[in-house]
Write a protein that binds this ligand. Structure first.
Ligand code: 13P
Length: 344
């Protein structure tokens, strides 16, 4: 498969108002999600929950790809059916989270870098052989007193670039995720400043490593105030500053930008994406790669009980459809049949 095919995959993922479901929570993270609804996390419950989402009728109209954790990629349900094949059968690309989580960068601060680069090439082989179409690597950038440091930004951007290159060499589309974390007291301007610096550094590193920018998708955060700041969320301002930041830092060869939700509520994540897509046209498609913002309502409705399957799927399909409309700037709050959600 040539680079052109990676470009085609990238374009298909963000075409026709479709986006990505991030269902690649690590075993630790999914346990935290299940703890919040008092459900034990084990192989079977994780399989039941994820299979319920993946077998939602009609969802592939809105979801073009699903990021999987290794366990799910190779997982079979109690009838011996593969979860990954279920996705392939409905025309959804299976992808794989391939980083190995975070490591402390500097003992004196909370800065981190992402683990797993040394073994990446060999770890990709079983996923290539088993039909993965794309990969994801997440770098985490924290905002705080004297951080992020230039050294940490450079280290994370070089790792992202090296990851992207190795992934492309294995004919897999890399989803490059530099997440500037929402935690903290900082304001929106600070998030803008750090995200801009992060993205500028990232594209310097991607060019240095000769990564083909036509064969990647960028997965950034939106420009939001810290979750402990006094600044109120202003959806229009967030949309404007997010687009401004991206236009100033992301080359137009990149075919698509798929936002992470980063702790935003599902409704806010939809509203911001919608506002961004209502603004002047951008050189890249602007879509979603949401984890929590696509799943949180469905997870609560599930509550660990298979008899809730129909309700879970209805809620998940609705969320996916709302985000798809947001890709066209055509979402409207009158479409949210659950008014409770609007008040969250
Ligand atoms: P959230 O949308 O919950 O931030 O998850 C997206 C993701 O893939 C984080 O790596």
């Amino acid at each position: 498969m040539s680079m052109e095919n990676l470009e085609n995959i990238a374009k298909k993922i963000v075409d026709n108002g479709r986006g990505i479901l991030a269902a690649d929570e690590s075993t630790n993270t999914i346990k935290k999600r299940f703890d919040s609804i008092n459900v034990e996390s084990n192989e079977k419950t994780r399989c039941n929950y994820r299979e319920t989402l993946f077998s939602t009728n009609g969802v592939s109209k809105f979801i073009s790809g699903v990021i999987l954790f290794e366990e799910t990629f190779f997982q079979k349900n109690s009838n011996g059916e593969s979860l990954k094949e279920k996705l392939e059968n409905i025309n959804c690309y299976p992808g794989i989270k391939i980083d190995q989580g975070l490591e402390i960068f500097n003992e004196d601060s909370i800065e981190t870098y992402t683990k797993g680069i040394e073994t990446l090439d060999e770890r990709l082989k079983p996923f290539v052989e088993n039909g993965a179409k794309f990969t994801k690597w997440r770098a985490v950038i924290n905002i705080g007193k004297n951080i992020p440091s230039n050294e940490c930004l450079e280290k994370n951007s070089l790792l992202l670039a090296e990851y992207a290159l190795i992934s492309q060499n294995n004919k897999l589309l890399p989803i490059v995720e530099p997440e500037v974390i929402m935690d903290g007291e900082h304001d929106l301007d600070k998030c803008y400043e750090v995200t801009k610096k992060t993205l500028n550094q990232l594209f310097v590193s991607l060019k240095k490593k000769n990564v083909d920018l036509k064969g990647i998708l960028l997965k950034p955060n939106m420009i939001v105030p810290g979750n402990k700041s006094d600044e109120k969320l202003n959806i229009n301002k967030i949309a404007e500053r997010t687009l401004e930041c991206l236009i100033g830092s992301v080359p137009k060869e990149v075919p698509g930008i798929v936002f992470l939700s980063g702790g935003l509520s599902s409704i806010n994540a939809t509203m911001i994406l919608n506002e961004i897509n209502k603004l002047k046209s951008a050189p890249w498609k602007l879509s979603f790669s949401y984890g929590r913002a696509l799943q949180e309502d469905a997870l609560i409705a599930w509550g660990g009980k298979s008899e809730n399957k129909n309700m879970v799927q209805k809620i998940f399909l609705h969320r996916a459809k709302m985000n798809s409309l947001a890709c066209y700037g055509k979402w409207d709050k009158s479409l949210e049949e659950n008014s409770q959600l609007m008040n969250k």
